[in-house]
Design a protein around this ligand. Structure first.
Ligand code: 13P
Length: 263
């Protein structure tokens, strides 16, 4: 199968998604203002927009966006159990009860600072899906893995472990975010060619694991130093179905520009 043709054929069926991962930023008392300024600043949006604030901000944001079409709310993590003695954790059921639409799992910062591996992430994905949450599954290689030419092997290993036991129907509730670790928060973006090459690789991988049509429908986002000035060249590429944005999602003008570039 020629990945380029496959992607070109089907990209019109994949609505772009621009997601802002706030990470551990923004005080709860400032969240309403930030969201309102972003929503007011959007001039043309033909994409889905997703706000991913810290847990503490979710009720405020839920109220703000509940009547807005194509605007969604996400959480940055969850536990795999639905309740119990897990001090400090948040369950998928709790997120669903707050009308959360998406949960980010497998982010490289969770892997790096909290020791999460794909076996644990696999448990979390299954649990989140069972609560009807959609999942943004993050994968990406370090600079040493890329320099050693092992980036594709690494992504394949991450995805096969994380998606073990996930059905094709469940895959339709998953968005993959390709986030090379060396591009996160560094100002070093993957070039459009590098990003597109990886997106094509991931799409073919998933097509082979599931089916051609599952691969065609899968949304794959790019993440890593996306900003107003480079969004267009990335989002114009076939197979790049949106962006998972960190730092620039906290800046009204930047985030609005990225949303505009997806239109
Ligand atoms: P930056 O956009 O700040 O590089 O962060 C990317 C990211 O990690 C989004 O999840």
């Amino acid at each position: 199968m020629d990945p380029q043709n496959l992607s070109i054929q089907m990209s019109k069926f994949r609505k772009k998604l621009i997601a802002g991962n706030w990470k551990m930023n923004v005080l709860p008392s400032m969240a309403e203002q930030l969201v309102n300024e972003i929503l007011d600043g959007i001039t043309n949006a033909n994409c889905d927009i997703l706000f991913i604030p810290p847990f503490t901000h979710i009720p405020t944001l839920s109220t703000l966006i509940h009547d807005k079409e194509s605007v969604f709310i996400g959480a940055q993590n969850c536990h795999y159990e639905s309740s119990g003695a897990f001090t400090g954790e948040i369950s998928p059921e709790m997120l669903k009860d707050l009308n959360v639409d998406f949960v980010v799992l497998g982010h490289s910062e969770r892997r790096q600072y909290f020791g999460e591996n794909d076996k644990l992430i696999n448990q979390k994905i299954k649990s989140a899906l069972s609560q009807n949450l959609k999942v943004i599954y993050c994968c990406g290689e370090s600079i040493s893995e890329r320099e050693a030419g092992k980036h594709k092997d690494l992504i394949e290993m991450q995805i096969s472990a994380a998606f073990s036991g996930i059905s094709e129907l469940e895959l339709s509730k998953i968005v993959i975010a390709y986030e090379p670790i060396w591009a996160i928060g560094t100002g070093k973006t993957a070039s459009p060619d590098q990003a597109q090459d990886m997106h094509n690789f991931i799409r073919v991988l998933l097509s082979n694991m599931y089916s051609e049509s599952a691969g065609e429908k899968l949304r794959i986002l790019y993440g890593g130093s996306v900003k107003g000035s480079n969004a267009q060249e990335l989002l114009n590429r076939t197979g790049i179905d949106g962006a998972l944005v960190g730092g620039a999602s906290l800046k009204v003008d930047e985030f609005c520009k990225i949303i505009g570039a997806a239109g």
